[in-house]
Design a protein around this ligand. Structure first.
Ligand SMILES: [Fe+2]
Length: 206
């Protein structure tokens, strides 16, 4: 992917002021979706938008993002082009909300547990919003706000987690190269080859 894709501009003012992380208080069911914990824990760098911060150049994580028109995802030549070029042969659409997602509480906890995958995690936000937290090269949390139209790609081997924000709702397309493997390896998972490869990649760029 060309680096230029990371540099698309957003209107001034950005999302850093506009949106606050979830979890200012526990919700009525008593589930802290993680925002408060994340904001108060040592090492959280802050909320960034990949589009505003020039993506991996800023975070040094090789996390990538592009912006698409989510209103036309069902018939979007740009999306088709990306899928073809990157061999994203598989896709489905998931909705994360209390009403739509079975075992919501459990799933939310799972998404927010620090983990990695052996493959890229590719998500295209069709509606709603949320936060991906990724560890940077110094092992600090970087909180990345995603909203409608954002396609984010987390590299294989990066420690990360996901949480909803105050909307408590996201609808996202999951994309995968070949048959999907969703296995999450919770930290510590440093012994895995994908982790080793990712660390070597970071070291190369340091
Ligand atoms: Fe994940």
């Amino acid at each position: 992917m060309g680096a230029g894709l990371l540099h698309r501009e957003r209107p001034a003012g950005g999302r850093m002021e506009a949106r606050q992380p979830a979890g200012d208080a526990c919700d009525v069911q008593g589930t802290d979706r993680g925002g408060l914990q994340a904001r108060t824990q040592p090492g959280l760098v802050g909320v960034v938008s990949l589009h505003e911060s020039q993506g991996d150049t800023h975070t040094h994580t090789h996390t990538r993002a592009i912006k698409l028109d989510a209103d036309k995802y069902e018939n979007d030549p740009e999306l088709e082009k990306i899928r073809k070029e990157r061999h994203y042969s598989w896709m489905d659409i998931v909705t994360i909300s209390r009403e739509k997602l079975p075992d919501y509480e459990e799933k939310i906890k799972m998404f927010y547990t620090e983990h990695l995958h052996l493959d890229e995690e590719i998500r295209y936000v069709l509606d709603g919003s949320g936060y991906f937290d990724v560890r940077d090269a110094e092992d600090r949390w970087i909180r990345i706000a995603v909203e409608k139209g954002d396609m984010i790609t987390l590299p294989a081997g990066i420690y990360h987690r996901f949480t909803l924000d105050e909307q408590n709702y996201v609808k996202a397309m999951r994309l995968f190269v070949g048959e999907p493997v969703w296995t999450a390896h919770n930290r510590p998972a440093d012994h895995l080859e994908a982790r080793g490869r990712y660390m070597a990649f970071l070291a190369q760029r340091a």
